[in-house]
Every structure is written in C-alpha cells, then in structure tokens.
Design a protein around this ligand. Structure first.
Ligand SMILES: Cc1cc2nc3c(=O)[nH]c(=O)nc-3n(C[C@H](O)[C@H](O)[C@H](O)COP(=O)(O)OP(=O)(O)OC[C@H]3O[C@@H](n4cnc5c(N)ncnc54)[C@H](O)[C@@H]3O)c2cc1C
Length: 394
C-alpha cells in the first residue's frame, strides 16, 4: 500500500510552499493535518511557511484542499452593500483605527455570549497574536491596527474547539483577507455544518510585514532607548485620522516615533511575497463582512467626514447584513456605493518594489541599522523641501 502511494503521482507529498508567492502563511494546512505532519518554520525573511515531515505524511491531501491560495477564488454571488460608519461613542471612536466598526460588530456577539477570534499585540513577545476574547475588556485590547503579520498558531483549532463546546453561541473571526479565508477553508474542510456558527469578517489590507523584522526593530529600540516597550500604536489620531501617528512608548513616558519603520512599510520591501499576489484585494470576498478605512470620505461626503475616523463596511452576505442590522444603532451610518469607496487595495495587490531583493540582501549582510538608515529616511532633498514648507506655513 505504502509503495503504491509513493509511486502514484496523485498521492505524492503535497507541494505546499515551494513557491513563496503562493503561501500566505495562514496556518490552515498545519491546522487541518490529521497526522500533525506539518510544522510552520520561519524563513530567512522571518515569515512562517509549512514544512511537511515526509515520514509522517499519509498523503491525504487535506492540506492542499484547505489551501485558500491554491484555489480559484470564487466570490459569492450576492450584491455588496457599502456603508460609511462612525461609532457614536467618541471615546471608542478615538481609540479605534478607523470608525470602530470592529467594536460595533463584535459587541453584539459578546453580548449574546459569543466570542471573538482576533489578533492583538502581545507585549511579552512583541508581536500580534490571535486569541479568543469572550469579554469586552479583553476584546478592547485588540483595537488598533498593527502593521506586522500576526501569528496564527493554534487559533483555528482553538476556535473550532470553542465552537464545538458552545453549540448555541456564535464566533466572530476577524483577520486579514487571507487569514479569514484560511479559517473559512479550515471550517469548511473539518466540518462544514459549523460554517453557520461563524461570522467571517476580514479587513482591507495593504500587506503584511515580516514579524521577525519587526521584533528585531523592537529589540533595537529597547536597546537604544534603554527601556521596555510598553505601548505600540500605528494609528494614533492626535493629528487627525487622515494623518495617523505611529509610535511606541518606552517605559512610562518616553515616546519614540516609528518614522523609519513606517517609511519602510510603505516602500513595501518588508511585505510577505504572497502580498504582491493577494487575491483579496477586491470587493468580492468570500466573507460576510469586510471592514477598513473609508479613505476619501472627505471628498464623497464632506459632512460625514470626521478627524476622529470613519470605517468602510462592505457587506457581502445575508448573514453579514443581519449582523450589521443588529449593530447599526451604535453607529452614525451613511449608505454609500462601490464607486465612492474604492481605494488601491480594493482594486489590486500592492506592487512588489524593484529593490526588494537588494533590501533583503542588505538586511542579511549589513543588518537592521543599516537598512533603517538606507531605506527608512527621506532623501536629503525631500527633507529640505519639508523644512521650507514648514517655514512658510508657520
Ligand atoms: C497590516 C494592515 C494593513 C491594513 N491596510 C489597510 C488598507 O490598505 N486600507 C484600509 O482601508 N484598511 C487597512 N487596514 C485596516 C484598518 O487599519 C483597520 O484595522 C480597520 O479599518 C478596522 O478599524 P476599526 O476602527 O474598526 O478597528 P479597531 O478597533 O482599531 O480594530 C482593529 C482590528 O484589526 C485587527 N488587527 C490589528 N492588527 C492586525 C494584524 N496585524 N493582523 C490581523 N488583524 C489585525 C484587530 O484584531 C481588530 O480586529 C489594515 C490593517 C492592517 C492590520
């Protein structure tokens, strides 16, 4: 039998990640494997990829069948509804990345005894990790976008266990497009009867940076500023939601701006290779709801625009519509349309920069501080222009 399996092309060891561009690192293959033959290993750029133990693999192909990146992307057929929303409670709005769509949507699930599987920053290890939150206080810790690929670990299995143990309750899973699609594939493949116990919500995503690059950056900051990072924000609204401030707090009151990291993020070299081929950079997702920033609201509805933030909500399914209807009262809502809400990552993936390889070669050979200096600073002429502009505006 074993001999037959290894000779038949259909039953060869599945090819999960020989091409990095085709693996989003969602951990679905690792989670579904009935033999625990798959482990997730970090590559040279600091991203997780699956590695199969050929001795343990029974070639059942469950991993391949669960891989959302290897499937043709089949969008749902229902029409997408588009809303701009702002949470009515100012305190919640200010402390959320956009218009607090996440808090509004998750509140109702928690109030009904359900739970939220979401990413939140873990200050011990300095990376965002998925957890299951069943109380509002814990859920609140997930507020704030963290521009680092979050760690999935065993969350798919934990969430599945939660669903089995709570048959009368709902779970809301929220992550980037690939993470939510990964969880959906996992549930569909492990037991599709549970699909209707989950609300699948994804966030619009510009791309996910290397967790290892970020943790090395944190270590560098802690060493340089002699203290521990106690707070991280990428979207502080002190200068308005349209001009987010990214900063860390070292110890109790030293604040360090993350200008170099943010510049490197927006130059796109540190993104996961699969991000440049992301199939979730469109309006037609296989989720119930997509949330993001409603960029451009000041142009399409200036009266609705707020410096405190505004969320875009795209509703793809009847189930998503029902959830939104239940939560609507906590928001100021504007009925929008597809044409008005478009932004780059709803139209196409972020482009791979030409100097990506040079960046990673520099990082490997010359280290973090070298790349922060080379790629994280504005060119001299840009700095001079900014200074002149400031002089004239003062
Ligand atoms: C890496 C990244 C890139 C993004 N790019 C865009 C973009 O191009 N355009 C756009 O409109 N919106 C983008 N967003 C989404 C946006 O920043 C807000 O997260 C979203 O609008 C929700 O805002 P809120 O006020 O409802 O949520 P908040 O209350 O601030 O909650 C944030 C939500 O995002 C989740 N989250 C935070 N960090 C991560 C992470 N690293 N991985 C997975 N989930 C995370 C939290 O668990 C929580 O559910 C991005 C988010 C991330 C994390």
């Amino acid at each position: 039998m074993n001999d037959f399996l290894s000779k038949s092309p259909k039953y060869s060891i599945p090819d999960l990640s020989s091409d990095n561009a085709k693996c989003c690192g969602c951990f679905a293959c690792y989670s579904i494997c009935p033999k625990k033959a798959i482990s997730m290993k970090i590559d040279g750029e600091g991203f997780y990829y699956p590695v199969i133990d050929e001795e343990v693999c029974v070639k059942c192909n469950k991993c391949i069948n669960t891989c959302n990146f290897k499937k043709e992307h089949i969008p749902h057929s229902e029409d997408t509804l588009v809303y701009a929303v702002k949470h009515k409670e100012k305190n919640i709005l200010v402390n959320s990345s956009s218009g607090a769509a996440f808090t509004g949507l998750s509140d109702i699930i928690l109030e009904q005894g359900g739970a939220i599987a979401c990413s939140m920053f873990d200050y011990k290890v300095k990376i965002p990790k998925f957890v299951i939150a069943s109380e509002k206080k814990q859920r609140d810790l997930a507020r704030g976008s963290i521009y680092v690929q979050s760690y999935i670990g065993d969350i798919f299995l934990d969430a599945y266990g939660w669903i089995i143990n709570n048959p009368d309750k709902d779970l809301l899973f929220i992550g980037t497009g690939c993470q939510t699609a990964g969880f959906r594939e996992f549930i569909e493949n492990i037991d599709k009867n549970y699909l209707n116990k989950v609300y699948f919500v994804d966030i619009i995503c510009h791309g996910a940076p290397s967790p290892q690059f970020w943790t090395q950056y944190c270590t560098y900051l802690e060493r340089r500023y002699k203290g521990e990072i106690t707070y991280v924000t990428f979207k502080d609204k002190r200068n308005g939601w349209n001009r987010p401030t990214a900063a860390v707090k070292i110890g109790q009151n030293k604040e360090i701006m993350l200008k170099d990291y943010i510049k490197i993020y927006y130059e796109h070299c540190v993104l996961r290779p699969a991000c440049y081929h992301c199939p979730y950079t469109n309006l037609e997702r296989n989720t119930d709801i997509t949330i993001g920033d409603y960029w451009g609201i000041e142009k399409v509805n200036p009266e609705f625009h707020s410096e405190k933030g505004c969320s875009l909500i795209l509703i793809h399914t009847l189930r998503g519509k029902e959830l939104f209807e239940k939560t609507k009262k906590v928001f100021d809502v504007w009925d929008s349309d597809i044409k008005s809400c478009l932004q780059p990552n709803l139209c196409h993936p972020t482009e791979c920069p030409q100097n990506r390889k040079v960046f990673w070669d520099d990082y490997e050979c010359k280290g973090l501080e070298y790349v922060l200096d080379k790629y994280g600073k504005d060119k001299f002429i840009v700095r001079v222009k900014r200074k002149i502009k400031r002089l004239f505006s003062d």
